[in-house]
Design a protein. Structure first.
Length: 260
């Protein structure tokens, strides 16, 4: 455990905050592997701390989107219907096997690696995936779309609880496919709002399991909050065609490192 404020963790929070502000990719896909690979934090502690870190930072974003009426509460309920039970079951499974065990550590690390690679693929091929999947979904009824949305919630609940990755890029991409007529801002707002209860519940579960480091969390927030604010101010000046491949390549390399 970390007993004192550590400027290196704050610097990491700043770096991740800058990247998240520029790219929109969730902090879990960046912060968790950074803590595991660079600082040697136990995978369970990295995931648990990052979940609460993500939940606390996204509360502000959700409040803004809610004030601007850019959250679709019907879609949010559909997602939560799958993600909340899936999160509870996943946390129970981690408690049963023990998050500090070698088996649990290997499972978390491997799943994290695959989640990062999947996120990288999602970033690179988002438009193509939406176009192909849209052909399959064109004639689906609202009930079928609702069930697919709940199934997405289940997948996100499991992924986020184990790795803290998935609620951002993966969730938004699938929602864009399922609801092509919904305004992008409402997709983003709904995705962020759904991430709040999901990450807070999963983070609370990890807290219950003893895999949250509060001093680490505080150090990360000290750096990430100004980082996100600075990057958000200058984000429009950096072309997406530059940032997206760079981010995808980074995630793919880190994911491959964790898997292998």
């Amino acid at each position: 455990m970390i007993n004192l404020f550590n400027p290196l963790y704050a610097a990491s929070g700043l770096a991740v905050g800058l990247l998240v502000g520029f790219t929109g990719v969730g902090g879990g896909s960046l912060m968790t592997p950074l803590l595991v690979l660079l600082f040697g934090i136990h995978p369970a502690t990295a995931v648990g701390t990052d979940l609460l870190y993500a939940g606390l930072t996204k509360i502000c974003g959700s409040a803004v989107h809610g004030f601007n009426d850019s959250i679709d509460w019907r879609v949010l309920r559909r997602l939560a219907l799958g993600s909340i039970p899936a999160t509870a079951v996943t946390i129970w499974g981690l408690s049963h096997f023990g998050v500090e065990s070698k088996g649990a550590s290997a499972t978390i690390t491997t799943t994290l690696g695959f989640a990062l690679i999947l996120t990288a693929i999602t970033l690179v091929f988002r438009r193509r995936f939406i176009a192909v999947a849209g052909l399959f979904l064109d004639n689906r009824t609202d009930g079928e779309i609702a069930r697919l949305t709940t199934a997405l919630g289940v997948v996100l609940g499991v992924l986020v609880s184990i790795t803290s990755v998935g609620a951002g890029a993966i969730g938004a991409t699938v929602l864009l496919t399922l609801y092509p007529k919904m305004a992008t801002v409402r997709i983003v707002g709904t995705d962020i709002a759904h991430a709040v209860p999901l990450t807070l519940l999963a983070g609370a579960g990890h807290w219950w399991l003893g895999s949250v480091d509060w001093a680490l969390l505080a150090s990360l927030l000290v750096g990430s909050i100004p980082g996100i604010m600075i990057a958000s101010h200058f984000a429009a000046r950096v072309p997406d065609r530059v940032l997206r491949p760079l981010m995808a390549g980074t995630l793919a390399l880190v994911g491959g490192r964790l898997v292998l």
